[in-house]
Structures are given as C-alpha cells and as structure tokens.
Design a protein around this ligand. Structure first.
Ligand code: FMN
Length: 380
C-alpha cells in the first residue's frame, strides 16, 4: 500500500486531522482546489442543519511547498465550526442507542456507558476528512490523465434515466442539479420524494455511480485476493458510512442475464484491442482493462428519523424510543462525493504500486514507458 491515509477527529470536537502518506513530490495541490469537493460534499437537497453551520475547508499544514507536494507526508486539518457551540458545556450522557448507528455495538465493544462518545467518532462527519484525502489522490490522478466524476442514479426508489453523453458532460449536468442527477425530470421527482420523506418524518437512501476514466490497463492483480482491484474498490467504498451495497459495472443486473449478453466483446481498432461495451466496469480478473472504472454504491436510508424508533435505555433496562438528534433526511448527493474520494484513493494507490516514482515526473515517465511497451494508444 504505497499511498496511505489516516483520519482523526470527533464530530463536535475542534476539528478533523488527515495525514496522507506516500505521495510523490511535484504534484500541484491547493487548498482552493480541495475546497471544491469539500463544498460539494456539504451540499445536496435533503441535508440537515449542520451544513448551515459548517464551511469546510482543508488547511494544509505539512507536505507541500510553493503549492506542490514535497514527498513528505501531507497533513491537513478541517475545523468544526460547530465546536464553539459546545465549548464549556458538559458532555451529554446518552444511554439509549439509536438503531442503525454504531451506538450499541460500539458501546459494548469499547465498554463505554456513554454512547455520545461512540457517536462522536462513528459520525459521518469523518467523511469530510476522506474527501480532503481524496482531493490529494485526485490531484495525483489528474497528473496521470485520470478523471473521476460521481452522480446520483436513484433516491428513495426514484430512478434516473442516464443520458448517453460523454462523461465530462454528464457530470457537469449532474453538478447543476440539487440532487446531483443529470436527468432533469428525475431530479424533480427525487426532490419531491425527499420532501415527502420529510413530511412523513422519514428518511431516504439511494444509489450513486462513480466513474474514473483515462485509467491505464494493468492496475491491481489477479494473482492474490487482496491485490484484486475490484475487491479493493469494494472494501473502500463499503467502508463509507451507510453504504451497504457495492457493485462494479453491471454486477447485479448481469447476474440475471445470459453470458453473451454481458461479455464485453473485443475488436481491433486504433491499433489496439477495443471493447464493444463496458459491462465489466473496467476490471477483469481484478485488473483494470483500460475501460472506465464504474462503481455503484447503495446507501441505506438515513438511520435517524423524526419518527421515534424503539430502543432500550441501557442504564435502566427499560424499553423506550431513540432520542432524535438533528439529522439529514437524505445524504445521497453528498455520498457520491465521498465515493469519488475513496475510488480516487484506491486508484492512486494502485498507480503508485505499479509505477512507483518518488517524483511525479518519474511516475509519469514510468506510465508512458509501460504504455509504449504494450502499444496502448489513448482511445478517441
Ligand atoms: C455524507 C453522509 C452524511 C450522513 N448524515 C447522516 C445523518 O445526518 N444522520 C444519520 O443518522 N446518518 C447519517 N449518515 C449515515 C450514518 O453515519 C451511518 O449510517 C452510521 O454511522 C452507521 O454506519 P453504517 O450505516 O455504515 O452501519 C450519513 C452518511 C453519509 C455518507
């Protein structure tokens, strides 16, 4: 694992800390660039009050000089603006676990009576740190000609029809939608679905698609289970809060079809093998095949609802209901940005694994050398 990252920080603490280690020197990184995805993660129709308080910005405190990486570990912090509202207040005592959260399992694991302490770290506030780390990975991938976009395919059972446009156009259209969906009609229906959930004191989940294009063939490996890129992508994306299903390419749909309907036939074109389709989602045998890497993630409905949910008071043993805390009704558009970040981190790691390089010029020249050796020309 040449590229690693760690995050620390609590939801209502002073802030989040991120360390990304293994980046080659010479990659341009700016706080303003990182801020774009930080803002994208905060948005989306259906978010709760917390996003009105926060104004996330990753501040780089180590690992860059004059706007480029030095090869040293990159350290970043993200301030929790909400922290000032908690200074001087006693830590709340929470003994009623919220179903769907880490509260109960975490309090048993760490033998913590106060589930507030569990929720502080297990909160999806941590995804802001992942997006900062993912921004660093995206900066590396951009140098290598790889681009990543994400959009929403479904919210609360409302499905989008995905237009057959070039990726960059598709993702630009999605960014203009309050629910990050390129289908205008579906956007309106998704907004109505979120409004309905809110009115019913409910929450909704959905499905996002993240695509990385410009990826070279040969990343990952077929020879060991833990080197397979599809498995690495699935683990990274599944580790995101509330993501309960991960699919590469047409995974679930293809499982109900015949073999010839789902294989990506190979033809000769542009001086190299080309594919007639991309049902496989850019990996075969755990190795990238040069097609866009396509990842789908299913997000469960937000666990916290205004409608009370049965739970127990662990202190008294009495049956009761969970205590409602400020919450999103829908965070699917935000989740797309977090999935982008995790896909970027896995791909950046796989690039450095195959091509190495302590300076980005070395990495780029190793990539070029490999592509020349396999006669791989970029497809029009
Ligand atoms: C961007 C994002 C925002 C989220 N916001 C909330 C929220 O406001 N309320 C909530 O109950 N869960 C929210 N979640 C989901 C919970 O963090 C998650 O369900 C919980 O930590 C338990 O983890 P698990 O669902 O992976 O088992 C959010 C998830 C993401 C990715």
């Amino acid at each position: 694992m040449p590229l690693r990252f760690l995050t620390a920080g609590e939801s209502h603490g002073p802030g989040l800390t991120i360390i990304v280690e293994g980046m080659p020197a010479g990659v341009p990184i700016s706080e303003d660039e990182l801020a774009v995805d930080m803002r994208r993660r905060q948005g989306g129709y259906g978010r709760g009050g917390r996003q009105l308080i926060e104004e996330d910005r990753a501040i780089i405190s180590a690992g860059t000089a004059n706007g480029v990486t030095t090869g040293a570990p990159i350290a970043m912090t993200v301030e929790n603006k909400d922290y000032k509202n908690w200074i001087g207040k006693p830590i709340p005592m929470v003994t009623i676990p919220r179903p769907g959260h880490a509260d109960l399992a975490g309090s048993l694991k760490f033998q913590q009576e106060n589930m507030w302490l569990i929720a502080e770290r297990s909160s999806a506030r941590e995804t802001a740190a992942r997006v900062a780390a993912g921004g660093v990975a995206k900066a590396l991938l951009a140098e290598l000609g790889v681009h990543i976009g994400g959009h929403v395919l479904a919210i609360g059972g409302v499905h989008a029809t995905v237009p057959d446009w070039p990726w960059s156009e598709l993702f630009a259209a999605a960014e203009a939608s309050p629910v990050r969906c390129a289908d205008e009609e579906a956007t309106q229906k998704m907004i109505a679905r979120i409004d309905q959930a809110k009115a019913e004191r409910e929450s909704v989940g959905g499905i996002v698609e993240v695509v990385a294009w410009g990826v070279v063939p040969g990343l990952g490996s077929d020879v060991h289970w833990d080197r397979k890129l599809d498995g690495r992508l699935a683990a990274a994306v599944m580790s995101i809060h509330a993501i309960k299903a991960v699919e590469i390419g047409d995974g679930f749909v293809s499982s109900g079809k015949s073999g010839t309907q789902v294989q990506d036939f190979i033809r000769w074109g542009d001086g190299r093998p080309i594919r007639m389709s991309n049902h496989a989602g850019g990996t075969e045998g755990g190795i990238t095949n040069g097609e866009p890497v396509v990842v789908h993630a299913g997000m469960k409905p937000i666990a916290t609802t205004v409608t009370p949910q049965p739970s127990v008071d662990m202190q008294t043993g009495e049956e009761t209901v969970m205590q409602y805390v400020r919450s999103d009704v829908c965070a699917v558009p935000a989740a797309a940005v977090v999935v982008e970040a995790m896909v970027a981190l896995v791909l950046a790691d796989a690039y450095l694994e195959k091509f190495g390089g302590d300076n980005i010029t070395e990495t780029c020249s190793n990539v070029k050398h490999f592509l020349t050796a396999i006669n791989w020309t970029a497809q029009a």
